[in-house]
Structures are given as C-alpha cells and as structure tokens.
Design a protein around this ligand. Structure first.
Ligand code: UT7
Length: 327
C-alpha cells in the first residue's frame, strides 16, 4: 500500500493584531503574565463579517497551489473546526462550494485542537486504501467569536487562523505519513468546554448572562493532562516505528502553551531547536495551529526530503494524538 504524502501546505491569518497590551485594557492581566505563563505576545482577530470558511479557503488555495491540484480534482475535504459558520451545514460544505470542488465530499471533524490531526488521520486512511487521490485537510478557527472577554483565564490565550494541507499517494515507498495514533478520554469533558447551545444546556437569557455559550477551561487540569498525554502519544508513535527520539528532525506541535511544549520535549529528550514555534505571534489557534505551523516551517525551507517530523496535538474531549511523517 503506498503511503500518504503531504504534497501541499498553506495558511492564513487575519490582518488585525491584538497585543497583550490591548488585552490589559479589557481584563485584569499583564503582558508579563501572559508572556511568562504562555509564551503569547499577540494574536490575530478576524475582520467583522469574515467567516471561518473564508479563512479556510484562503489557506486551502495556497496548499492547492503548492500541490498543483485544481479544486475540481479533490476527492474529499475534511475540516477540523469548533467554530463553523453555522451549526448546519458543515464548514467543509461551504469550503467545497467556495472552492468549486464539485467532486469532493466534505465534512467537519469535531475534535477541538486535535481536529486537523484527526482529519489528517482520516485522510490517510482514504488515500492509503485507494479511495481518494487528493484530500484537502483544513484546521480553521474563529475563536475570538466564542471567547468570554471578561474571563482572563481564557480570553488572552486564543486567536483566529487557518491552516491547510493537501494529501495524496506518495511518489516513493519511503516518504509520507508513517503512522497516526489518536486517543480520546471523554471523562475529561468538564475541563474544557462550551457548555451551552445544544440540548444539554439550551440557550436561555440566564445561560447567556452566565456566558455558558463561551469557552471555559480549567487551565491547570488541562495543562497536566496535556503534558502526560502528548508525551505518551509521541512515545507510542516512536515505538510503533522503532525510532529513537534522536532520529526525529522536527517537532510540529499544536501551540497551546510554550511551557506544555517544553515539558513534553524534556520528557522525550528532544531538543528545543527541533520545534517550530509561532505561539508568540498567533496564540492558541486550536485546530489551525498544527497545519499552520507545518506550513510556516515548510515555506521557511526548514523541512528537507527524508526528514522525520513528529506531530502532536490535544484539545477538548480530551482528544489528542500524534503522527510521524517522513517528509
Ligand atoms: O489548546 C488545548 C487546550 N488548552 C491548553 O492546553 C491550555 C492549558 N493550560 C495552560 O496553558 C495554563 O494552565 C494557563 C496558561 C491557562 C494558565 O497558566 P497556569 O500557570 O496554569 O496558571 P493558573 O491557572 O494556575 O493561575 C495562576 C494564577 C491565578 O491566580 P491565583 O489563584 O494564584 O491568585 C489566576 O487567577 O494566575 C491568575 N491568572 C491570570 N493572571 C493574570 C489566570 N489568568 C490570568 C491572566 N492574567 N490572564
């Protein structure tokens, strides 16, 4: 069975920059606290009227150009997002329409910050079993629309962005996705959630007043869980491929907190210079983070043919996983 190769990457961030100093004017926080506790200096915010699918399409166009793939040649479009344009239909359906990817079936994956990694794993199955030749995987979030701007525990952390990749069969036996490992622990649902908006907690005036339709998080618990889960997931990937940490050339990680990434690297004995960091510029962009980071490293010429890339992501669910790719 041929492996699945990432043949194009793309990304997009909105123009508007929101700095830590800007947030100091909204909630009781400081540039020093945000920088030291998270590594974030600034994040982007979508323009009024700019939709999640608009951002997704911009990242997708870049990835398609690099992959020399026309939208009409796509077999499938998978979008990882928790901020679709509307609850129904999927964001992927809008992306399919806006791109004119008439042949592609399209659907969203709901795995929060792990959404694009989950999407990549699903796409890998379609490509390897021969059912698809070109799959567009997108991670995109308009998180500023679901933040409680009175909650300093969350509103300083997140930003808007899109990342995309085009997957197809590998041109040789060596390059491509070596493995993906996905995990979920649904018992952890209370530590990171948007509680209201479904049958569990219907929207009422009281619910809106309590901002239960916005993100809330027990940061400390998520932090501890994330370090443990990501470390185990990358170890699992290395063991499955009989690779040692020293054989990993790059780490492409979901950027939630620079301290989480550092803690995982330390536990895995991976050096800091292997990881591409952009959290200081964009904050936590959830499912966009992984493909956007991959695209930046790729366009910077950092990834060489044959390099081994370890990927990791974790988000609400908790849902997490790892992937190993030979570039
Ligand atoms: O995308 C995947 C999911 N998300 C994550 O992976 C995020 C995981 N969690 C984290 O990154 C960290 O837990 C945070 C950055 C959210 C918080 O950092 P922390 O070091 O865990 O801080 P903490 O929650 O333990 O809070 C420490 C103190 C508290 O004050 P007290 O109770 O010690 O007096 C907070 O109230 O910092 C306070 N605090 C703030 N202070 C200034 C919390 N947020 C802020 C803030 N500015 N924005």
């Amino acid at each position: 069975m041929p492996r699945t190769q990432i043949i194009g990457t793309g990304s997009y961030v909105p123009e508007k920059v929101v700095t830590n100093a800007d947030l100091e004017k909204i909630v009781e926080t400081s540039d020093q606290w945000i920088s030291e506790r998270t590594g974030i200096k600034e994040r982007r915010m979508a323009a009024p009227g700019e939709l999640t699918s608009d951002m997704a399409v911009k990242a997708a166009v870049q990835a398609l150009e690099m992959a020399r793939t026309r939208p009409e040649d796509l077999d499938a479009i998978i979008v990882g997002t928790v901020t679709p344009d509307m609850p129904m239909p999927s964001c992927a359906a809008f992306v399919q329409h806006k791109l004119g990817a008439k042949k592609a079936f399209a659907f969203d994956v709901s795995a929060a910050c792990a959404g694009s990694l989950y999407g990549m794993s699903i796409a890998d199955q379609y490509v390897r079993n021969g059912n698809a030749k070109r799959v567009l995987v997108i991670g995109v979030e308009l998180l500023t629309s679901i933040l409680n701007w009175e909650d300093r525990n969350t509103c300083v952390l997140f930003g808007d962005a899109a990342g995309a990749m085009v997957l197809g069969p590998s041109s040789d036996g060596e390059r491509g996705i070596l493995s993906t490992h996905l995990h979920t622990d649904g018992s952890q649902w209370p530590i990171l959630l948007i509680q209201a908006g479904g049958p569990h907690t219907p929207i009422t005036p009281e619910v809106l007043a309590k901002k239960l339709n916005k993100v809330s998080m027990n940061g400390r618990e998520v932090f501890k869980f994330a370090v443990r889960a990501l470390t185990d997931a990358v170890k699992e990937a290395l063991d499955a491929n009989q690779l040692a940490p020293a054989q990993v050339d790059h780490v492409i990680a979901h950027q939630a907190n620079v301290r989480i990434i550092d803690a995982v690297l330390e536990r895995l004995d991976l050096s800091r210079d292997k990881v591409w960091l952009n959290i200081h510029r964009y904050g936590n962009t959830s499912s966009a983070s992984l493909p956007m980071t991959l695209d930046e490293a790729n366009r910077a010429g950092r990834l060489k043919e044959g390099d081994v890339i370890a990927m990791m992501a974790i988000g609400a669910g908790m849902a997490w996983g790892s992937a190993l790719v030979r570039w």
